[in-house]
Design a protein around this ligand. Structure first.
Ligand SMILES: Nc1ncnc2c1ncn2[C@@H]1O[C@H](COP(=O)(O)OP(=O)(O)OP(=O)(O)O)[C@@H](O)[C@H]1O
Ligand SMILES: [Mg+2]
Length: 243
């Protein structure tokens, strides 16, 4: 049987912000259709930069990024959204002065005719967003805002959803809820690439993960294999990996 084309294929990418300084060093990653991919690693390893490189927010100097086999290296974010790439950044990811419903409308502004159909899908996964549609996003808790941000990203019916630390800054209960929702989104058929600081929880729910170290994909494997790898525990997971 022919091998399926990956949804996202990052191949030996070098990228950085300042001239002559690469943050990503020959970094590679593959996300196949329907997979939930985790990205973990120490602070400053380049996890956010990798998502930004996929989403056209940092210049890729070498290497290629493919979306469903098509070269999207250095395409701008608006073009990528039109092609089905959705990105939820680490912070400032909702419009606080707009209502929940207006935030979701912003998500589908390139194709407003799809609003009703997508609103139904998103509120199927996040029922509270429907119930509270007229509430301003700025008045929501951190966890609720994350749901709005994810909901907004899902409005485009994405081929892939890029999430940067969706559980950051949330209480343990809210973190659990966020991971459950991410898993539900993935089970609804959306390929997800998720950066997480909560490495243990991330490895528990993802299909496969990449450990980034100094801008390079240092290790990869199934979530379960990485969780149980003594070297991984020693180097990257510490006590967090103890169940
Ligand atoms: N806009 C920028 N201009 C210059 N350097 C930057 C910029 N953004 C990030 N960097 C640098 O790139 C490196 C990687 O940052 P990045 O945010 O990708 O790390 P990260 O793995 O997401 O870390 P964290 O776990 O803290 O979120 C860091 O050394 C950071 O200082
Ligand atoms: Mg980051």
């Amino acid at each position: 049987m022919a091998k399926a084309t990956p949804v996202v294929h990052v191949d030996k990418v070098n990228a950085g912000y300042l001239p002559g300084i690469n943050i990503l060093n020959e970094c590679s990653l593959t996300a196949n259709e329907g997979e939930l991919i985790g990205i973990i690693g120490p602070n400053g390893a380049g996890k956010s930069t990798l998502l930004k490189a996929i989403f056209g927010l940092v210049n890729v100097r070498d290497g290629t990024i493919l979306l469903n086999g098509e070269d999207i290296t250095n395409l701008k974010a608006n073009k990528l959204v039109a092609k089905g790439v959705a990105f939820v950044p680490q912070s400032d990811n909702v419009f606080p002065s707009l209502t929940i419903e207006e935030n979701l409308q912003m998500g589908v502004f390139q194709n407003p005719k799809r609003f009703n159909e997508r609103f139904e899908f998103v509120t199927g996964i996040f029922p509270d967003l429907g119930k509270r549609r007229h509430q301003r996003a700025g008045s929501l808790s951190g966890g609720e805002r994350q749901m709005v941000a994810m909901g907004r990203a899902l409005m485009i019916d994405p081929s892939v959803l890029l999430l940067d630390e969706p559980s950051a800054g949330l209480s343990p209960v809210r973190q659990d809820e966020t991971f459950i929702r991410v898993k539900e989104v993935n089970e609804a058929g959306v390929t997800v690439i998720m950066v997480e600081q909560n490495a243990r929880r991330c490895l528990q729910i993802c299909d496969r993960a990449y450990v980034l170290d100094q801008g390079k994909d240092a290790h990869t494997g199934t979530g379960r294999a990485l969780l149980n790898d003594p070297k991984m525990i020693e180097l990257y997971l510490g006590n967090l990996a103890e169940l």
